[in-house]
Design a protein around this ligand. Structure first.
Ligand code: BDR
Ligand code: CA
Length: 317
């Protein structure tokens, strides 16, 4: 299989950070840039976190582009209760080397995608503001994207931010609306599958057998994330949403999919940001995406742990 070229649009964020590490640990893909967006923390903080996580994994060569600071039409909504004030829980990472200010994420995405039509897979694991506004500014990128693997939405599952809405969609539902109806090839990775993928305290302990800064980072970041899951959702462990989306770029067999017409409520009110699939084809609208609705969760967690062990062994203390 040829190596897939990947761009990650991300709001790091604890599970975003784990997705970035998984990407760097995966020889089937080549990470050619990160574009950063608000969400779990501010864009400014998310940019610092992206640089710090790359530095941790000795990947300072990967370009990072800073994106929009605010959603398209809504007020900002960040998630310090889930990811901590810094976005990375209790982890404190060494300062990354300063970079000369990179391009804006909108320009970066457009330039990269148009430089190699049909080659880039976008792994979108934050609110979709960057991607939506790149599409609006340069619609020629839409057919030039090989695929968007998009973590977000709650189809049959309840919301994790309102009773009905998932975080990435709720933060910028207008952006999700633009991307969902863009005509791009989309694989949606909703809470229906990610909430089955729980990293347990025993999993994190297993990684600590390797004396490397990476397991220590994972322990410090996920300790906060697990406290959140325990307090708010009574889950023992933490849900690693974003790494599942990343893994599907090279291990699509981890999930089962259905093609559906999916939409998002942007009318406002109690169901703002609610995503839904037209399972019975009542609207007669053609499917606009492939939706992951089943997952071999433990296989995925094993894959994640094995790759973190390998990456950690290559970067010893
Ligand atoms: C999504 O929201 C964020 O908190 C996570 O990073 C993930 O991308 C899950 O709803
Ligand atoms: Ca995220």
């Amino acid at each position: 299989m040829p190596i897939k070229r990947i761009l990650i649009d991300t709001d790091p964020g604890i599970d975003d950070a784990l997705a970035i590490l998984l990407a760097l640990a995966s020889p089937e893909i080549s990470v050619e840039g990160l574009s950063v967006i608000h969400g779990n923390c501010s864009t400014e903080q998310a940019y610092i976190n992206a640089l710090s996580v790359l530095h941790l994994a000795h990947a300072d060569n990967i370009p990072v582009a800073r994106g929009f600071e605010l959603p398209i039409a809504q007020a900002s909504l960040l998630a310090p209760e889930t990811h901590g004030n810094s976005g990375l829980g209790y982890a404190v990472l060494p300062q990354p080397p300063t970079r000369t200010q990179a391009r804006h994420a909108q320009d970066f995405l457009i330039e990269q995608i148009l430089s190699a039509p049909g080659e880039f897979t976008i792994v979108a694991i934050g609110p979709l503001t960057n991607l939506a506004l790149a599409m609006r500014r340069e619609p020629r990128i839409i057919p030039a994207i090989a695929e968007i693997v998009c973590m977000g939405a709650a189809i049959r599952h309840h919301g994790n931010t309102t009773p009905l809405a998932e975080f990435n969609v709720y933060v910028d539902p207008h952006a999700a609306h633009i991307v969902y109806h863009s005509g791009a090839r989309i694989t949606l990775v909703p809470l229906d599958v990610t909430y089955q993928c729980i990293l347990t305290p025993a999993d994190v302990k297993r990684l600590q057998k390797i004396d490397s800064p990476i397991p220590r980072f994972i322990a410090d970041a996920t300790r906060f994330y697990m406290e959140f899951h325990d307090e708010y959702q009574h889950i023992d462990g933490c849900v690693i949403n974003d790494p599942l989306a990343l893994a599907l770029t090279f291990a699509p067999g981890l999930c089962d999919y259905e093609e559906h017409y999916v939409d998002v409520d942007i009318q406002g009110g109690v169901s703002m940001g609610k995503t839904f699939a037209d399972f019975y084809k009542m609207s007669k609208k053609p499917a606009n995406m492939r939706v992951a609705l089943g997952v071999r969760a433990r296989d995925f967690i094993e894959l994640f742990l094995e790759r973190m062990e390998k990456l950690s062994t290559s970067i010893l203390a």
